[in-house]
Design a protein around this ligand. Structure first.
Ligand SMILES: Nc1ncnc2c1ncn2[C@@H]1O[C@H](COP(=O)(O)OP(=O)(O)OP(=O)(O)O)[C@@H](O)[C@H]1O
Length: 316
């Protein structure tokens, strides 16, 4: 990947971004890069400009961020090399919020090469509240209690892609049940031949881009994916049989959503559903809708859902 040289031009752009942050009382800079840069020199540039706010450096792979933290920068790994600029920027903001480098209401100055590789040519002033509505760290962390955050993110990203892209020009829905697989299996049965059965763990791990593509193909078939906390597809094409009667669901949601909510009521799993009709991704935990993500053509927009807590009588 191209490393960024701190040329006279790039240095001047970075200095301008720092000046802008201070002038408008913004909260942080997000520097979106295609590869590493001289982290130490970047830190020196901050010191020279007396810039004391967080400078988040977002690069695709974690290896390229070697030394960034030690230099006093805030590193974020994207793993989105081929994604469009806007999606990478959005992802950088989500990751930075999840790592608590920034807060959901912060104002950010983003700096990146929008037109030419290796040349910082664009500076944007973003209000996070507008940018990503309300993805709060609290939401992510509350989900992390049963499943590691990185597994949640990989499944959510995949679900969003399925919702946006569909398959072969047709909309596709999907259901991922993540974590507590042993309990979930007690409520699951094959709805057809499971294409993942018999493959070794590595060939079933959703952190692998090829496995993600396979999962997108299989999402066209009936049934749910059961994913373990480490991101392994334990089963696919599973029909879930769970009682629905004590759930409080929005009107218009069909059996896939009911199954998703119900399984999280009975187990400690988190369910992530892609609606075939709208592409909307919903996350259920403990039988409740916790988050809803409306897909957009470019990037994702996160929304927090306010849901009615169960009444004291348990009549929910
Ligand atoms: N209990 C279940 N377990 C696993 N998958 C299910 C279950 N019920 C439904 N599905 C899957 O959901 C698909 C669509 O069902 P349905 O249209 O009722 O769902 P929905 O909630 O309205 O979702 P969508 O918005 O995607 O249409 C089914 O073809 C099946 O693959």
């Amino acid at each position: 990947m191209a490393t960024l040289r701190l040329t006279k031009h790039n240095t001047a752009m970075l200095t301008s971004a720092m000046t802008l942050v201070n002038a408008i009382s913004a909260d942080a800079i997000v520097l979106l890069l295609e590869g590493a840069t001289d982290w130490q020199r970047l830190a020196e540039l901050m010191a020279k400009n007396e810039f004391e706010k967080p400078l988040i450096v977002a690069v695709d792979s974690i290896e390229e961020l070697d030394g960034a933290s030690e230099a006093g920068l805030k590193p974020v790994a994207l793993n989105k090399e081929k994604a469009p600029l806007l999606e990478r920027l959005q992802h950088a903001l989500l990751e930075a919020a999840a790592d608590e480098f920034i807060k959901p209401n912060d104002e950010i100055v983003a700096i990146y090469g929008g037109f030419t590789s290796g040349r910082l040519d664009s500076i944007s002033h973003l209000k996070l509240d507008e940018r990503m509505r309300r993805l709060t760290t609290r939401d992510l962390q509350s989900l992390e209690s049963s499943v590691p955050l990185k597994t949640m993110k990989v499944v959510v990203d995949l679900a969003v892609q399925i919702g946006v892209e569909g398959r072969e020009g047709k909309p596709v829905g999907a259901l991922f049940v993540v974590g507590d697989t042993r309990s979930v299996l007690k409520h699951a049965s094959d709805s057809g031949v499971d294409p993942f059965r018999g493959y070794n763990k590595k060939a079933r791990n959703l952190f692998d881009a090829k496995v993600q593509e396979d999962a997108k193909e299989i999402s066209q078939l009936d049934g749910a994916f059961l994913i373990s906390a480490d991101g392994t597809i334990e089963r696919s094409r599973q029909m879930l049989e769970v009682l629905h009667e004590d759930l409080n669901m929005s009107k218009g949601l069909g059996s896939r959503h009911w199954a998703a909510a119900a399984i999280t009521r009975r187990t400690k799993a988190v369910a992530i559903v892609v609606s075939q009709s709208t592409g909307t991704v919903r996350l259920y935990q403990n039988g409740f809708l916790k988050m809803q993500i409306e897909p957009m053509d470019k990037g994702i927009k996160w929304q927090e859902i306010s849901f009615k807590p169960p009444s004291a009588s348990g009549d929910d």
